[in-house]
Ligand binder design. Structure first.
Ligand code: ADP
Length: 398
């Protein structure tokens, strides 16, 4: 089945065309700066890549360009748009309503819009992406795949915050998590690489990209995750602070005279690796600066590693041990330095890194010593494949 996977952000639209029978990615691209000056469409597979600077006033315009690139020109992958059998949409927040991916009906679309109160930055663009696709492909089944679904298995003692209970009852204030599609994929693959049944394995998954999150997956179900009501909680990230003393928020707002929006911006856009190093949110640049002697850059790296290390400890405690630890996403897949720093000193807990294997590059692989009681793996994430797979299954069942 040919499935178009759409990941719509506030000013971007990422897509892949995936043949779910062969798992082949047949087209790929991204429209960026949608709705602003300087918008462009970057598309094409390796060796056949193109960038067009084209005005796009909204996601509808962007999708028009995507369809043109799919059906004509040097990246043509379809004779006609009719060949797209289903569309899978990444949606960040499914609230308590969607423990699984779901066929998008009018009612579901309304619910996703309503859930914008919990994810004001993320759900509105997903709705725009869905509406744009519906206008071009009204008869094609569409499926929503939520970042939060995987974490609907969390127990109340884990997802509740120790705040007045009425906030949960009246406003659904609780932990929802994010990056669930990635954690689901890499934990499934992790169990397979370990040669264990997914429903009998205990896996700690570390998704370390620009956004970073850790999860504990036990017997095929998520039992804890580091992101909370929003994707700001938990690990230190590229520009996000992760968990901090909550009292800092009103304290700094008073000190600096910041509005709610300004404080939110400070914690989401000006903190993390960028905030501490003052250099960049990109680990490669921070590392270069640290190697050149920049102390704040080194501090940012040390803090980042420490933040991930602590979550390994938390999840070992939560699950009473682990069979495997999986590193994924930009930093997790590529930074041998960061992986080594995170795992440093954990040998007595049964986590023994093999520094030679850690230095190698490649796809799915072990980086722990053969006799390490807890195995450590690098598993490249593939959220688009998961979205395509769910979309295929749900569309077939119609
Ligand atoms: P996103 O969350 O936006 O999808 P990615 O998963 O692409 O982000 O991760 C981006 C992060 O990965 C950046 O901090 C970048 O520095 C880091 N990264 C990518 N490649 C490397 C590398 N070779 N070495 C170190 N860090 C890397």
């Amino acid at each position: 089945m040919k499935v178009l996977v759409i990941n719509a952000g506030s000013s971007s639209l990422k897509y892949q065309l995936i043949d779910t029978d062969t798992q082949e990615v047949q087209a790929i691209g991204i429209c960026e700066r949608v709705g602003t000056d300087g918008s462009f469409h970057k598309y094409g597979l390796d060796g056949n890549e193109h960038t067009d600077e084209v005005p796009m006033k909204d996601h509808n315009d962007a999708l028009g360009l995507v369809i043109k690139a799919l059906t004509s020109g040097p990246t043509k992958a379809l004779d006609s748009l009719d060949e797209v059998e289903a569309v899978g949409h990444r949606v960040v927040q499914g609230g308590k309503f969607y423990p699984q991916s779901v066929l998008i009906t009018d009612e579901v679309l309304e619910k996703i819009e309503e859930l914008s109160t919990l994810a004001p930055l993320h759900n509105p663009p997903a709705v725009m992406g869905i509406k744009a696709c519906k206008s071009y492909m009204p008869e094609v089944p569409m499926v929503a795949v939520f970042d939060t679904s995987f974490f609907q298995t969390l127990d109340p003692k884990t997802y509740m915050y120790p705040l007045p209970y009425e906030l949960y009852e009246q406003h659904d204030i609780r932990k929802y998590g994010a990056h669930g599609t990635s954690h689901r994929y890499v934990s499934e693959r992790g169990a397979a690489v370990l040669g264990l049944d997914y429903d009998k394995a205990r896996i700690i998954t570390l998704h370390l990209g620009n956004g970073c999150s850790a999860s504990a997956v036990k017997n095929g179900e998520a039992v804890d995750t580091s992101m909370g009501l929003t994707p700001l909680d938990g690990l230190m990230m590229g520009t996000r602070c992760g968990a901090i003393d909550p009292a800092i928020v009103p304290f700094v707002m008073d000190l600096e005279g910041l509005s709610t929006a300004e404080m939110n911006n400070l914690m989401n856009k000006k903190s993390g690796l960028l905030g501490i190093s003052g250099v960049s949110n990109d680990l490669r640049s921070v590392q270069e600066a640290a190697e050149a002697g920049d102390e704040r850059a080194q501090l940012a790296i040390d803090m980042y590693a420490n933040s991930v290390k602590k979550y390994i400890g938390i999840y070992l405690a939560v699950m009473g041990g682990a069979d495997g630890i999986v590193f994924t996403a930009g930093i997790g897949e590529n930074s041998a330095m960061m992986r080594a720093k995170i795992l440093e000193g954990l040998e007595e807990l049964g986590i023994v890194l093999d520094s030679e294997k850690n230095a190698l590059r490649g796809g799915e692989r072990f980086i722990s010593q053969d006799d390490s009681p807890i195995k450590v793996m690098v598993i490249p994430t593939n959220e688009e494949y998961m979205i395509a797979r769910d979309t295929h299954d749900i569309a077939l069942a119609q």
